[in-house]
Design a protein around this ligand. Sequence first.
Ligand code: BGC
Length: 294
Amino acid sequence: MPSDPIAPTAPAEGDDPFIPAAGTRLSGLALGIDVGGTGVKAALVDLATALLVSPRVRERTPQPSTPEAVAQTIKSVVAKVLEGVDVPADLPVGCGLPGVVKAGRLRTAANIDAGWVDWPAEERIGEAIGYRSWIINDADAAGLAEVAYGAGQGKSGTVILLTIGTGIGSAVFLDGNLVPNTEFGHLEMHGRGAETLVSGAARERRKLGWKRWAREFNAYIARVELYFCPDLLIYGGGVSKEWAKWGRWSETTAPVVMARFLNTSGIIGAAYAAAAAHTADSALSQAQADALTA
Ligand code: BGC
C-alpha cells in the first residue's frame, strides 16, 4: 500500500464523476455496489424510497485487493443480487470505490491495492458484470445518499459527511451540491495522514479505548472545523454505529448527526449517482437524435 499522505496522479481533462445536482429526484431501480477495505457489498435500490429491494449481499474484499481480484468479487456479488430477478438490460449500476475518482479511474489508493491507480475501473467493472457502470468515491456516494434521502436532506450551507471505518472518507456539500473527491481523511495530524491515527481501524490497531480515541478524534474534527466551518457534520461508517460508546466525549462546534443509512449509504448513493448519470446520458442521446431529425 502507498504511504500516506497520497498524491493523486494527473486526471484526464475535466472528467469528474457525474454528480447529481441538489434536489435531484429519481425513480425506478438501480444497483449499488460499495467496495471497501474489508467487504464488497451490493443491493438493488428503489430510487423513489431509497429502500433496498434485494438482499444486501456481502463478500470479503480479496487480499491482496488487486483490481482484477476485486472485479471478480464484484461479479460474484452482483450475480447473487440479481439471481432470479428480472431487471432491464440498461439497469444503471453504480460502484463506490475508496479513492479519488476522475475519468472512470481511481487516482489514489490508500486502503486498496495500488494497482487500482489508473486502471480503467469503470470500463472493466462494466465488462465484468455485463452492465454499463459508473464509479464514484465511496464517501461521496454515502454523502449523496444522506443528502438525497437521509440525515442531510434539505440542509443548506456547508454539510460534511465523514465515514469513519477502515479509513476516513469525506463528502462536502454546499446547499446540497457535492464537491467531489475531498480527502479529509488525509489531513495531516502529527506529521501523518489523520486516518492512520483516528480511523476505526486505527483505533483497533492502536488498541485505544473509546474515551482516549474520542479525545484524539476531537482534535481531528477541530481541524476540519477550523478549515471548513461546516454547518452540519454527519458521521457514518462503522464507528458511527458505536456512538453510544463515545458520543458523550465528542466535542464539536457544528451539530453532529449520525448517518441514517448506517450499512447501506454507500450502496444507495452509488445507485443514485449511476441512475442520475444514466438519465443525463439518455437525455443527451435523445437531444442528439432530435437534432439529427430536425
Ligand atoms: C480514501 C478515500 C475513501 C476513504 C474511505 C481513504 O483512505 O483515500 O478516498 O473515501 O478512505 O474508504
